[in-house]
Design a protein around this ligand. Structure first.
Ligand SMILES: Cc1cc2nc3c(=O)[nH]c(=O)nc-3n(C[C@H](O)[C@H](O)[C@H](O)COP(=O)(O)O)c2cc1C
Length: 182
């Protein structure tokens, strides 16, 4: 896919099914993530890949978090199933280290760039994906279960799979009002 077309047409696909990425496609996505801009070469990212039983393990983590928050019945059951909305979920964690020139926000931003790079690679391979966060990204039990500490942040759960149907990018917002020239 032409890079211009990719950048102008990338969009999210929330309805995903099997097949998920092949091992080779997954490696390409992770390699794209690891090409994210990185001030001072800190590699401030960790990519936690869940597929197969890994999705069940992630669902169990959500389940425990929902239970701790008092969820019951359908809401509690739904928590366990959330990760099964795609064949693969990659949790992207910003791993923050102390650096005199690179504040935590720059390391969080770098991890966010990694999410989008992986989504774009998936899109270029004919796969689809959606970047999600929600309350579980900040939940203390989810953070603990995934080894997220201190200034580290879960910046996204990237859901990847085959789009259930062909979709098109929403029309881009008008640049008027978003841009000004000095
Ligand atoms: C940091 C971040 C977190 C997001 N979290 C969610 C989410 O939890 N659930 C969701 O449906 N969309 C979420 N989105 C939005 C989608 O990823 C997507 O960008 C949005 O639906 C617009 O679609 P588009 O990417 O096709 O333009 C999030 C986006 C960002 C940047």
């Amino acid at each position: 896919m032409d890079a211009k077309a990719l950048l102008l047409n990338r969009h999210s696909q929330p309805r995903l099914t099997y097949p998920g990425p092949t091992a080779e496609q997954l490696d390409l996505m992770l390699a794209a993530g690891a090409r994210a801009p990185d001030h001072a070469g800190l590699t401030p990212w960790e990519f936690v890949v869940a597929e197969g039983e890994g999705l069940e393990r992630l669902g169990e983590i959500y389940f425990q978090a929902a239970k701790a928050d008092g969820a019951e019945g359908e809401a509690l059951a739904r928590a366990r199933l959330l990760p099964t909305r795609a064949p693969v979920v990659i949790t992207v964690i910003a791993k923050v280290s102390e650096h005199p020139k690179v504040p935590a926000i720059e390391q969080h931003l770098s991890a966010g760039c990694a999410v989008m790079a992986m989504q774009m690679m998936a899109y270029s391979l004919g796969l689809g994906g959606i970047w999600r966060t929600g309350p579980y990204a900040r939940h203390p039990l989810v953070r603990e279960a995934l080894g997220v500490q201190g200034d580290d942040e879960i910046v996204g759960f990237l859901y990847i799979g085959t789009p259930l149907k062909q979709t098109e990018a929403r029309s881009a917002p008008a640049l008027e009002g978003l841009v000004r020239h000095l």
